[in-house]
Design a protein around this ligand. Structure first.
Ligand code: ZN
Ligand code: ZN
Length: 360
């Protein structure tokens, strides 16, 4: 009797009290750096106010559910396929999303996509004050008008129409010399433009990874290989000012599939904050065991110097691994020199790290 009463109470609890919440935010795991917050940002997407298929508030809610800190809705200025059905105003998608962004604590950046044939191609101007002022035919005048609003300007998806049309050209040089080009979107949705990464590295331009999404997002299972393409921005604080300042300082990394592209000065501290090596757990005549924790969303791939040949180690995302290293039976374990083959600080240039094994 007593037993069956307990069972029925459990059943009531499962039916009434434990229903899933209506909305759930999935948190993206990338740790903060000692002197910066790691903001997860998507700064390129569309709504019905250009050629997208969703209402602006939906973009905010998607960002909240997917664990983002900041978004920019960047509807096209020149490409408006819905204009016979909608009264298009260039600031309207931002204005409609503003209240939802405040409610959900998402940093909302005002911006547009400047859309010209390739070359020169497409560019995003963000942190604008008035998008409508960029509606002018003269190509360089558009950038002057953006610059007068202290906009941050990105060259979008360079390889979208093929390598030959999408290479660094005269317009890019001219904009760069006029300080009207601040970043290159080296990852766009499923695409990565390997040839564009050195163009950014050589000129110290920020690198961006963006979804450029036009459709509603489907809530898919997120894995290290399958996730929304994003930019990590390493900012002194989680505010629009903090985000803007960090982007102009080039403190970004593009997160695309199971890889990060960025600079040594951000990826080295991100690696250090993500990976923790335990003291030695076990030792034998020729080996030692340690636990290595990986706190980030990437399956970290290490290539470590070994006696005869490099050793490959994979540290699965958001997990702790037990790793065995060759080592003598006594004495302090030597630090390991490794390359992180999916944290890239230049074309085919992995981040170099030193794994110290703490004393027990
Ligand atoms: Zn575009
Ligand atoms: Zn776009």
């Amino acid at each position: 009797m007593r037993f069956s009463m307990i069972l029925s109470l459990v059943a009531v609890g499962a039916g009434a009290g434990l229903a899933p919440a209506a909305d759930v935010r999935r948190e993206i795991q990338f740790p903060d750096l000692p002197n910066a917050r790691t903001l997860k940002c998507d700064l390129h997407m569309h709504t019905v106010f250009s050629d997208g298929l969703v209402w602006p508030t939906v973009r905010v809610k998607e960002a909240w559910r997917q664990g983002l800190d900041a978004i920019a809705i960047t509807d096209h200025i020149e490409y408006l396929p819905h204009k016979t059905d909608m009264n298009i105003k260039f600031n309207r998608s931002y204005e409609l999303a503003e209240d939802a962004a405040k409610l959900m604590n998402i940093l909302l950046v005002r911006g547009v996509e400047i859309t010209r044939d390739t070359p020169p191609g497409h560019f995003n101007a963000i942190f604008l004050k008035d998008n409508a002022l960029l509606d002018t035919k003269d190509f360089y005048e558009v950038f002057d008008r953006a610059a007068r609003q202290q906009a941050f300007i990105t060259w979008n998806h360079p390889g979208w129409q093929g390598l030959e049309r999408g290479k660094w050209g005269e317009a890019q040089t001219r904009l760069f010399e006029r300080k009207q080009l601040h970043a290159i979107e080296i990852c766009n949705g499923d695409e990565f433009y390997a040839e564009a990464f050195p163009w950014a590295v050589e000129r110290n331009l920020a690198v961006l990874g963006c979804s450029d999404e036009h459709e509603p997002f489907r809530d898919e299972i997120v894995t290290p290989e399958n996730h929304r393409t994003l930019t990590l921005v390493f900012a002194r604080e989680r505010t629009l000012d903090g985000l803007r300042e960090a982007m102009f300082a080039g403190q970004t990394a593009a997160w695309w599939k199971n890889q990060l592209f960025g600079r040594d000065q951000e990826l080295a501290p991100l690696f250090a904050a993500s990976v923790e090596v335990s003291p030695v757990r076990k030792r034998t005549a020729d080996s030692l065991w340690v636990e290595i924790k990986n706190r980030c969303e990437i399956d970290i791939r290490l290539e470590c110097d070994g006696k005869d040949k490099p050793r490959l180690i994979v540290l699965p995302a958001r997990a702790t691994s037990l790793v065995v290293f060759p080592a003598p039976a006594t004495g302090d374990p030597e630090p390991l020199n490794c390359r992180v083959t999916n944290f890239l600080v230049g074309p085919n240039r992995p981040l170099n790290v030193r794994l110290e094994i703490p004393r027990s």
